[in-house]
Design a protein around this ligand. Structure first.
Ligand code: GCU
Length: 352
């Protein structure tokens, strides 16, 4: 694992990805603060001893971004203004893959990402987002809030990145611009955008469709111009990106739940510890607190987004039990590819 990461790190540096950002202690005027709460802005940057950057690829009013502002506010408060966190939303600091690479060498301090692209850096994480793994959200939270979730956060140590907490991102469903999906057969041949993740590609292939990996920010125009027929995501993403305006057929197949870890660069944790040995624990505490807030905001946003896309004319299809079983059967062979260790974790998850 360490070897893979150092190869990736070297590749990223060669590609000049570092040029996109300054050191962690730098403050960029473009840093955006929330309009209403003024959280991150409460402490003038000049008073802080350490100014840190938090990358978020969702828009400013999205649950994960609002929780990031809350995190910034808490950190500022609990470090008595000595640490300031600036939140950059809307992928201002790059797409998720780029942000993860930068986190590894401290170019960016914090982020919240989808597990899918992160699992490309640490394949063992894929086991948490296998198709139809959890019976419902409660089961996923029993897993993530329990020993398994903690072990996975801790397991990131040594990769240059530390896992702090788990955010909710609901269940993902397919949508497309071509036709209503009433059966597995209807998926055949559709060109579906997936996250930059091998597992996601395999899921789409298993259904007889064609996966096209691309960054989140490129999906809208690709749908609009017909480069792809469809994509897959949760309600809030389908709505906030306006994908529903260009891909109106949405099928409730719920093929995966992809949790979203909040992360910190190990180099940042070291800087924080050097400043004050109590700060790393404060960071962990603030991350857990902000995750609680995100989960509440998430539940409200899911309902609101669903209502909005239904009103906007999306065709929402529920699969019959028989067809749902066909989706599940088609993806079942992906479990055979897992290592024995991962198979044992799947068993534990199923029993949770
Ligand atoms: C969700 C997730 C994003 C991710 C996106 C994607 O919206 O919250 O972090 O980038 O899915 O499909 O790429």
């Amino acid at each position: 694992m360490k070897k893979v990461l150092s190869v990736l790190l070297a590749a990223a540096m060669t590609a000049g990805l570092l040029t996109a950002c300054g050191g962690a202690a730098s403050s960029t005027p473009a840093a955006s603060q929330p309009a209403a709460s003024g959280s991150g802005a409460a402490q003038p940057a000049g008073d802080a001893e350490l100014v840190l950057r938090y990358a978020e690829n969702q828009p400013q009013d999205y649950p994960t971004t609002e929780a990031a502002y809350k995190f910034a506010e808490l950190v500022n408060e609990k470090t008595n203004g000595r640490v300031k966190v600036e939140v950059y939303f809307g992928a201002q600091l790059g797409d998720e893959k780029t942000v993860i690479e930068q986190l590894q060498f401290g170019g960016i301090d914090f982020t919240r990402v989808s597990l899918s692209p992160l699992a490309e850096f640490n394949k063992s994480l894929n086991v948490l987002q296998m198709p139809y793994l959890y019976t419902d959200a409660d089961q996923m939270w029993r897993v993530l809030d329990g020993e398994i979730g903690d072990e996975f956060l801790a397991g990131m140590e040594g990769t240059g990145i530390t896992g702090l907490s788990w955010f909710d991102a609901g269940a993902r469903n397919f949508y497309n611009s071509q036709r209503e999906i009433k059966s597995l057969e209807d998926m055949k041949g559709l060109k579906i955008r997936v996250q930059e993740s091998e597992l996601m590609m395999d899921m789409v292939k298993a259904l007889g469709a064609q996966p096209t990996p691309m960054a989140y920010g490129e999906v809208y125009s690709s749908l609009q111009t017909g480069v792809i027929d469809g994509a897959e995501n949760n309600w809030p993403s389908y709505e906030s990106t306006s994908h529903y305006e260009v891909a109106k057929y949405f099928v409730l197949d719920g093929h995966t739940r992809v949790p979203e870890p909040q992360l910190v660069s190990d180099m940042t944790m070291k800087k924080l510890a050097d400043l004050d040995p109590t700060f790393p624990d404060i960071i962990r505490e603030c991350a857990k607190e902000s995750a609680k807030i995100e989960r509440e905001l998430w539940a409200a946003k899911e309902a609101e987004s669903e209502a909005k896309v239904r009103e906007g004319g999306s065709v929402i299809t529920e699969l019959s039990a028989e067809e749902m079983a066909k989706f599940q059967d088609a993806m079942a062979p992906l479990y055979d590819k897992l290592s024995d260790e991962d198979k044992a974790i799947v068993e534990k998850i199923k029993a949770a």
